[in-house]
Design a protein. Sequence first.
Lengths: 334, 324
Amino acid sequence: MTDQGSPQPASREHGLALLREMIRIRRFEERCAELYGQGKIRGFLHLYIGEEAVAVGALQALRPEDAIVATYREHGHALVRGIPATKVMAEMYGKATGCSRGRGGSMHLFDAATRFYGGNAIVACGLPLAAGVALADRLRGERRVTACFFGDGALGEGEFHESLNLAALWRLPVLFVCENNLYAMGTAIERHQAQLDLPLKARGYAVAAASVDGMDVLAVEGAARRAAEQVRAGEGPFLLEARTYRFRAHSAYDPELYRSREEVERWKQRDPIPALQRALREAGVLRPEDVERLEAGIAREIDEAVAFAEASPWEPVDDLLRDVVAGPASGGAP
Amino acid sequence: MRTTYREALRTAHREALRRDPRVFLMGEDVGRYGGSYAVSKGLLEEFGPERIRDTPLSESTFVGAGVGAALAGMRPIVEIMTVNFSLLALDQIVNNAALLRHMSGGQVSVPLVIRMATGAGRQVAAQHSHSLEGWYAHIPGIKVLAPATLEDARGMLWSALQDPDPVLLFEHATLYAAEGDLAEGAGAVDIARAAIRRPGRDVSILTYGGTLPKALAAAEALGREGIDAEVIDLRVLRPLDGGAILASVRKTRRAVIVDEGWRSGSLSAEISARIMEGAFYDLDAPVARVCSAETPIPYPRHLEEAALPQPEGIAAAARELIHG
């Protein structure tokens, strides 16, 4: 089943909120790329640019008590979930004020307060975690959903198959969201998967599933709401495939030898941000000054985030062995 | 009270499940089958299928689910049938359980207990005879325990469940049937310190887990020759109780390390290095090691016995240190 419902935004306010979140992720990451070039951000930097509609749409279906398990391409999810841009940017810098106190960096954003359980950078390693978080909620009798994001590369890993089976067997409340951007790093999906029908794979494990256009934020939101409702009602896990595309390289080290410029340009025609602007304009709810106003607010927020990160202190080296195990900073090996 | 190591473990599970509603057990065949080593026999009937959960054969995922449930506030006990199968769950143990506290800047913890059988000695051949606890003891962020006595089989589980970090318990497969007396009121034990199982003056035999009975047998034999051996049960493989190791070696001035793991790149190498760093000038002889032969563990009994540390070899190593 392909979930084709592309509902109209409930209101002007909601439509603008979706637009704002997508632009916010885009501008935040564009700034991150610049800062990477300046050496302010180091390590791996995996940009979500092009895929914003998936996180923004899917997270609309979640409530504050729900949980999220994401991947190393999670800046967008973290921002939409409500981790302040200041703390996310400080984490990118590795500063002590970052959302993971600087210890994680770009790939390991965490926020216990919003049940944002990473920032997990081994492909597919988050799926079992999500099953466990959902199991804990279930055992406590909580009606909560755990949303687990992963890319198409995870489909090749055993943990994907094991986790779908376990979640279905135990009817765990997990909303699996496959962000199918057509590439596992540089390997196209048709070169790493024999079966390209993802919902069919899920149904092989008795997991309900649907596909949705991941470049259409309203469609993603609609599909995610329907899926989450089912999961919350205790009907077991759901796999939502969002077909999307990453406009930038896999990481800052990627020379992009595996795909053509034409292919990237074709997908850019489907950029989810202008697409939503068109939809809102057609619905008569977007005013000419709206985008400019949103952009100005976002620019201020990002400037503040960068200023905060710049001004923040480094963690003292004396704290090196902190947070290895609980208690005094011993590194667990006296 | 007469009991076995297996029964002591079962009692510990029953107590934990009764005392803390957050505790549940999951693993392969822990429920209806009763546990492949019968540790959890009867628990399904007593606590029901929500708390005694049979899992599919998917080590990585049920260990990962334990990590997730611990993250979300439960106190899971995950049984991996044997250490050999834990290799399928290395990603979740090493990349997730051990790292999440650190990577989150201390925001989350993983109060998870993972139990597994370890070791050789039952003629189950190479794929079922590993002793890889030393590998796990390499990893910051986890604790590694090796209960070798009835008291520790009874008491380490509860202590491990109180720990805010992941704890791995290695139960040597030859110990499950070990029988002895256990005090009626036996309960939680410390999981910080090594224990002197036999005090002595002449040589320190440092060991843990399945080789503890062998070390004690060697010490008895040495005693008959007038050599007074001290036997230290390390109990905690990470973090090692370095103080206890050095105190014993400084007293006896000689050390034999007994480890069923292979010698190369091993826990025994680590202990030896710590003795060099901390007690070099107290030694009257070089540190000796008795480890498994550098071969996969063979199936035939005579070859398996030859591959593993045995009391005769341990006694011979100690004798060599004293008589040269």
